[in-house]
Design a protein around this ligand. Structure first.
Ligand SMILES: Cc1cc2nc3c(=O)[nH]c(=O)nc-3n(C[C@H](O)[C@H](O)[C@H](O)COP(=O)(O)O)c2cc1C
Length: 443
């Protein structure tokens, strides 16, 4: 063989070897997982948006069955992925996206890159039981944020939306998860960069006790019953929009259902007999220690009203129980109580960061009652160091509004209060009740 032929053959071999390497790289990556790798396209989930809301619950016990790459891909896309037209499945608070998801697998820790829908290698080793020490699961998701982009409160509200999507999509896929919040953050041993801060850990896996929901509305109210739309969870996430100017009118059914989505109780009863979850009638959002310290107000052309998700849950505060009374699956005694008659939308909008929202047919106000975060019978979570968790819960409620508005061909957006005192006086709120977000809803 001449030297020329030798080099030619050598080059062909090198090219062939390179091509072979490229072909098997994803397989190697999936097997060894010491590199970044692309996730498969997310699955389309056809169960309805409301089914996901009806069946949202905390799962704390998991089997050892692995979570497939298809399932992980779908959960992560739902969490904070990109829509086809470039929008996102969650709203950035104040126009910023600061959330970062660490994905802890058996072999290594990764971060989720929503733009490329890929996992980016962070550190080798099995960190799952260190970070996710509360509950053992095949995958642990660490919800963190970039401290140069948002403070803990706004990051909390963004992570609340992400957590809500993870819980909805996990449930729709037959997987389970629970929001675990700790201070100092449970992710700290992983050694994340200094510009990042951890907030929440969510184990992800197959529930040890399978879901078992029975539709038992037991609805005692003049408000229209909540109903399931034909919109799938995947389509709701793909099609959700945010707008800053609004028109149109809302029917009673629309208003009632959108208000319910913020903080209402499920018309379905949980019969799954989880050892680590005794609640039978869950709400549309999770709450740290099950305190549920928020009040929702609805401001329309006619009045300002207070939303009572279920009068019977007042029993919780009366008998000082250490866990929510919803473990017996109480009937739902729900209503809107008028606090002030007349059209106060312009005053409310003027006290917000976006006065143009006054044209919205309804503006919801999400109010934190700090007093309810320090019950006598359990931990006091009213301090500033815990406030991020309440923003997380508020973020989950705002997200439900954006999704439920989509089901009615409506839109919404998350608006910040500008003059808290003016809103408190308009809604007749005491000092310890803090309006965190406003949600205009309309066409
Ligand atoms: C910010 C936040 C922090 C939470 N932290 C924990 C936690 O550390 N461990 C846990 O088991 N559950 C935690 N939860 C879940 C709540 O306990 C749960 O949502 C509540 O009891 C209602 O139960 P459900 O979600 O099954 O309806 C947390 C929820 C939120 C919103």
């Amino acid at each position: 063989m001449s030297q020329k032929q030798y080099w030619k053959k050598g080059l062909v071999c090198v090219l062939l070897a390179f091509c072979c390497c490229m072909a098997i790289t994803p397989a190697l990556n999936a097997a060894e997982s010491s590199e970044d790798y692309l996730l498969p396209p997310p699955l389309h989930v056809s169960s309805s948006l409301e089914t996901a809301m009806f069946q949202r619950m905390s799962v704390r016990e998991f089997t050892t069955e692995p979570v497939t790459d298809d399932e992980l891909s779908t959960v992560l896309w739902a969490a904070c992925g990109y829509q086809i037209d470039g929008g996102r499945t969650i709203a950035g608070i104040n126009g910023t996206y600061a959330g970062i998801i660490y994905v802890l697998k058996e072999d290594a820790a990764y971060t989720y890159d929503p733009w490329n829908h890929s996992l980016v290698f962070f550190k080798a080793g099995d960190w799952r039981n260190i970070v996710g020490w509360q509950y053992e699961a095949p995958i642990q998701l660490g919800l963190c944020y970039n401290t140069t982009k948002a403070d803990a409160k706004f990051a909390g509200a963004e992570l609340g939306q992400i957590g809500q999507n993870i819980q909805f999509m996990a449930n729709a896929l037959g997987l389970g998860t629970v929001v675990c919040g700790q201070t100092p953050p449970a992710i700290d041993p992983l050694g994340i960069p200094e510009s990042q801060e951890g907030m929440i850990v969510m184990p992800l896996g197959h529930p040890l006790h399978p879901y078992d929901f029975k539709h038992r509305p037991l609805w005692l109210s003049l408000l229209p019953r909540v109903q399931s739309s034909t919109l799938s969870l995947s389509d709701a996430l793909e099609n959700r929009t945010e707008h800053s100017s609004f028109t149109g009118e809302l029917s009673r059914a629309m208003l009632s259902q959108i208000v319910w989505s913020t903080y209402g109780l499920s018309p379905s009863l949980d019969r799954s007999e989880q050892e680590l979850n005794s609640i039978h009638r869950h709400r549309t959002v999770p709450s740290a220690h099950g305190y549920y310290p928020f009040d929702i107000y609805v401001v329309t052309e006619k009045s300002i009203s207070y939303y009572q998700p279920n009068l019977l849950i007042k029993v919780n505060t009366l008998i000082n129980v250490s866990a929510p009374i919803d473990f017996i699956g109480l009937p739902i005694l729900t209503y809107l109580r008028v606090v002030k008659a007349g059209d106060h939308r312009t005053e409310l909008a003027a006290a917000s960061a976006e006065p143009t929202i006054s044209s919205a047919p309804a503006i919801l106000v999400i109010v934190l009652d700090v007093e309810r975060t320090r019950p006598q019978w359990h931990d006091d979570l009213s301090g500033e160091q815990f406030r991020q968790f309440w923003y997380f819960e508020a973020g989950a409620s705002t997200h439900n509004v954006l999704l439920e508005a989509t089901a009615w061909d409506l839109t919404s957006t998350i608006v910040l209060p500008r003059d808290t005192g003016a809103i408190q006086s308009l809604l007749r709120l005491p000092d310890e009740c803090l309006p965190l977000f406003l949600m205009p809803v309309g066409s």
